[in-house]
Write a protein that binds this ligand. Structure first.
Ligand SMILES: [Zn+2]
Length: 311
C-alpha cells in the first residue's frame, strides 16, 4: 500500500492503480429526494457515454447535458474526472479498508460487529460494490457503469425530486417513465472541490471531521449508496436510505452521522448501516486522514476528536 504523494492517490491493496489527479473542478454535498412528481407524456432520452471524450472503464452514463454550454461542459468534466482520476475508487476503497480494520475512523461512524450484526462486513461489502474488486474491472466498480447522471432537474419537469431547498445537494430516484434510477446534482453541489484540492488544505481542518473537508466525490458516493444495486445485493441485504436522528431531522453531515452511533447521543447503531451519509463521511474521513497524516500506522488518529454533539 502506498500513500498520497504529490498529485497521486494510491489505493489500498491495489498498487496498479496509482492515478494522477488532474482535475480542476469542483463539486458537492448530499442529497435527499422525495419522489413526488411524475411527468406524463415525456419520452426520456437514452443515457449516453461521456459526450465530450473517451469514457473510462465503468464510467457512469449521462443524460440531458449540452456539451456546447459552458456550464454543462464543466460539469461533465467534473463527473468524468472523479471516476476516471481514481478519486471515487480511492475514497470508497479506503473506507472499505477502515471497516475491515475497525479503526478509529470507522468507529466514529459505525459499530463493531457483534453476534447480532456483522456491521464491519456489511460496510465493507457495500463500499466494495463501488470500488470494484479489481483494477482490471475498470476505473470503478462494474455497477457504476449502469448509473445515470441526469442533468435535467431542479424543476417540476424532472424525473422526480427537486432542488428547491437551498441545502439540497443532489438526489437519486427512479424515473417512472423508463424505470431507470437516476442521480441529479443540484447547483450548490458543483461548488465542492475535488480531493486534490482538499489534500492541500489539511492544515485548515478542525480537530474533528467537519464539512470543511467535503468533496464532490463525497456527495457522489452518498447518491451512489441509494442505488438498488448497492445495498440489497451486498451482504447488508437492505436498501440504503437517509435515516433520522432522534430529533426527527435527517442524519446528514459529521455531527449527526456520528450522533447515530454515539452512546451519549442517539445510541442507535443499527441505523448506521442503512444511512447513506454514514458511508459517505466515513469513507471521506478515512481518505482525508490517510492523506493528511501520511502515516499508515497512525492515520486514523489524524482527527484528534469526534465531531461535536449535533444541536
Ligand atoms: Zn440521500
Amino acid at each position: 500500500m502506498a500513500l498520497l504523494k504529490d498529485n497521486h492517490i494510491d489505493i489500498p491493496e491495489d498498487h496498479s492503480l496509482v492515478l494522477a489527479l488532474s482535475i480542476a473542478s469542483v463539486v458537492a454535498n448530499s442529497l435527499p429526494a422525495s419522489p413526488t412528481s411524475r411527468v406524463v407524456g415525456r419520452t426520456p432520452p437514452v443515457p449516453s457515454a461521456y459526450p465530450i471524450g473517451s469514457a473510462c472503464g465503468n464510467e457512469w452514463q449521462y443524460l440531458n447535458f449540452d456539451p456546447s454550454n459552458n456550464a454543462d461542459n464543466g460539469h461533465l468534466q467534473t463527473l468524468h474526472d472523479i471516476i476516471c482520476s481514481g478519486e471515487m475508487r480511492a475514497i470508497s476503497r479506503w473506507g472499505a479498508k477502515a471497516a475491515s480494520d475497525a479503526n478509529l475512523v470507522y468507529k466514529r461512524y459505525f459499530p463493531m460487529s457483534d453476534d447480532d450484526d456483522d456491521f464491519q462486513v456489511h460496510v465493507n461489502s457495500v463500499l466494495m460494490k463501488i470500488a470494484g474488486q479489481s483494477s482490471t474491472e475498470g476505473m470503478i466498480g462494474i455497477i457504476v457503469g449502469t448509473f445515470v447522471v441526469d442533468n435535467l432537474g431542479g424543476t417540476s419537469t424532472d424525473f422526480a425530486g427537486t432542488c428547491g431547498e437551498k441545502e439540497t445537494l443532489a438526489y437519486t430516484d427512479t424515473d417512472h417513465l423508463d424505470g431507470r434510477e437516476k442521480i441529479h446534482f443540484c447547483g450548490i453541489a458543483w461548488d465542492r472541490p475535488n480531493a486534490q484540492t482538499r489534500s492541500g488544505q489539511c492544515g485548515d481542518f478542525d480537530l474533528f471531521p467537519s464539512t470543511k473537508m467535503d468533496t464532490f466525490s463525497r456527495v457522489a458516493l452518498h447518491e451512489m449508496m441509494h442505488y438498488s444495486s448497492v445495498g440489497p445485493p451486498s451482504t447488508l441485504g437492505e436498501q440504503i436510505q437517509d435515516v433520522f436522528n432522534v430529533d426527527r431531522k435527517v442524519a446528514y453531515d459529521p455531527p449527526r452521522v456520528h450522533g447515530l452511533v454515539d452512546k451519549n447521543q442517539d445510541n442507535n447503531p443499527a441505523l448506521t448501516e442503512i444511512n447513506a451519509d454514514s458511508y459517505a463521511w466515513m469513507a471521506l474521513d478515512t481518505w482525508v486522514s490517510m492523506t493528511c497524516s501520511n502515516d499508515q500506522a497512525t492515520y486514523d488518529q489524524f482527527f484528534e476528536q469526534n465531531p461535536p454533539a449535533y444541536d
